[in-house]
Design a protein around this ligand. Structure first.
Ligand code: ME8
Length: 515
């Protein structure tokens, strides 16, 4: 096992409804970096899962005439099926109703209790069930939830509290000494000004319903669902259980990926909880933006959410993944539309990538009986040198983009090579070389383009794993998912001679219909 570890997580999604484009977006982004890190030789742990407790879920179950457990058991497979359909290569899938999680939550409470960070008090204030968030009277806007504008409930309960207010300075010190903790920069500023504004103690238990993890020292209280949920990132690794080998190995996480809607939980409450328990916070919380359709946040509650399945049916899995990673800058809001999806598909995928592979394999079939020619021995021409140079800088450019989670630039770097391949074929015109009987140059041109396509497939693999595996198979190469040193495998000249290539169906048949 590699000693370089990489641990990335998605939020655990509420099981009040089925997965949609927004939740799929975070999950695909996490999948792409997880896949890439496996290709750079990291021992990767990629966690996703479900947030199954709390009032909102209990309510959804009741609305559907089921017990909460029946309800979550009915919805959970839909998430797994959606992620399987989207090629999400998670290493673990946690559900907060699992015994391993409950045990970890209780161990955490015992730790905080022993350390003196919990006390009993009365809570009086407002609560937004859809957001599972407490609000004070002053925070409400026109008497509604300031976040989602929906109705709030007044609650008055005996609760247990976490001394969050004691963590203002420790958090500010932590942000100072860990400048990469909150990403991107704009989010960091938002978090800093929030914490500087002062922190109140946090109610961490509820008594007016039972669908949650009981506090070990007060069994009539169930854990506030957000605390329950945040702990998944460590309970999945065995925190609080007998076997914490995975916890020792992977914690602290490299990234908690979240949407910008939930940064206060992840960048304020979460690190404070961990500091209180004597556990290191994650190295980084990366907050991405919202997918907007016609200028509005797409969400389950607004009813403007589409299912990933409907788009996958139309465009295919890899095109789906490509579109969201290529068209929306990770960290910023991005508008998505059917028009731009069709455009990306036809332009980048059908024309640039799919067409290149088809033409090239056709020519290999036609001119070389479907066998890869040998690497050229003649001096490279200027055109060859340009192609080689672009292939040569790709690993570094790609890595530089991926350490910033800049998927757009990473894909652009891969496309620099794909586009150059197309230019190269046009300018070198293998069909003319064939006509003129210049066999040596023809072999050189075909070899070089095949080699560049082999390399392009490596760097498109994290986002488009199926197509890349397919391209490698068509080239007669082995299993691309077995690559653990992408930079070494991408070194020029490794395509063997005499491999049998196969043409196959077009990778991305053009879409003609109107958006
Ligand atoms: O908040 N654009 O779960 P959730 C982009 N259970 N991403 C979006 C999106 C949009 N329009 N809509 C949703 C929860 N998301 C808690 C999390 S974690 C310890 C507990 C994504 O089902 C985004 O990642 O409401 C957001 O953070 C997440 O879905 C919220 O999912």
């Amino acid at each position: 096992m590699s000693d370089k570890t990489f641990y990335v997580t998605t939020p655990i999604y509420y099981v009040n409804a089925e997965p949609h484009l927004g939740t799929a977006y975070t999950t695909i982004a996490a999948d792409a970096i997880a896949r890439y890190r496996r290709m750079t030789g990291h021992d990767v742990m990629f966690l996703t899962g479900l947030d199954e407790h709390g009032q909102k879920i209990a309510q959804a179950a009741e609305d559907n005439g089921m017990s909460p457990q029946e309800w979550v058991d009915a919805i959970a497979p839909k998430f797994k099926a959606a992620w399987d359909m989207l090629g999400v290569s998670y290493d673990d899938f946690i559900r907060t109703t699992e015994p391993r999680h409950k045990k970890g939550v209780q161990a955490f409470w015992t730790e905080l209790y022993d350390r003196g960070f919990l006390y009993q008090g009365n809570y009086e204030g407002w609560y937004c069930v859809p957001d599972e968030t407490y609000w004070t009277e002053e925070q409400l806007e026109d008497g509604k939830c300031p976040q989602c504008s929906r109705d709030v409930q007044f609650i008055k309960e005996d609760n247990w509290f976490f001394k969050l207010s004691e963590f203002q300075q420790p958090l500010l010190d932590f942000y100072e000494s860990h400048p990469d903790f909150v990403q991107p920069e704009t989010r960091r500023n938002e978090v800093l000004s929030f914490v500087k504004g002062g922190l109140r103690d946090l109610s961490i238990s509820r008594t007016n319903f039972t669908w949650g993890v009981p506090l070990p020292f007060a069994e009539d209280h169930v854990t506030y669902v957000w605390i329950d949920a945040l702990l998944n990132y460590i309970t999945a690794l065995g925190y609080g259980g007998e076997d914490h080998e995975r916890f020792d190995r992977y914690w602290p996480a490299d990234y908690n990926f979240v949407g910008k809607d939930i940064i206060r939980f992840h960048c304020v409450i979460w690190p404070a909880m961990l500091l209180a328990a004597g556990i290191a916070p994650p190295k980084s919380v990366f907050a991405h933006g919202f997918l907007l359709t016609k200028g509005e946040k797409m969400s389950k509650s607004k009813g403007n959410a589409q299912t990933p399945a409907s788009l996958v049916e139309r465009f295919g899995v890899d095109a789906y993944r490509y579109y969201f990673m290529r068209d929306v800058q990770f960290g910023q809001d991005g508008s998505i539309s059917m028009e731009s999806m069709v455009q990306r598909y036809n332009g980048d995928l059908a024309n640039d990538w799919g067409n290149l592979v088809s033409r090239l394999l056709n020519m290999t079939e036609k001119y070389f009986d479907g066998l890869t020619p040998a690497a050229p021995t003649a001096e490279p021409t200027d055109a060859d040198a340009t192609l080689l140079a672009i292939a040569g800088v790709l690993p570094e450019k790609y890595e530089a983009a991926m350490v910033r989670l800049d998927y757009v630039s990473a894909l652009e770097a891969a496309w620099d090579l794909i586009k150059e391949c197309n230019r190269y074929i046009e300018t070198q015109a293998p069909w003319t070389l064939a006509k003129e009987g210049d066999d040596a140059r023809l072999a050189a041109v075909i070899y070089n383009t095949l080699e560049a396509v082999r390399i392009s497939a490596l760097f498109t693999a994290p986002v488009m794993p199926n197509t890349s595996a397919d391209v490698w198979t068509r080239l007669g190469l082995g299993d691309i998912t077995a690559v653990t040193d992408i930079a070494a495998v991408a070194e020029w000249g490794q395509l063997p001679a005499g491999l049998r290539v196969s043409k196959g169906e077009p990778l991305y048949p053009r879409i003609y219909e109107e958006a």
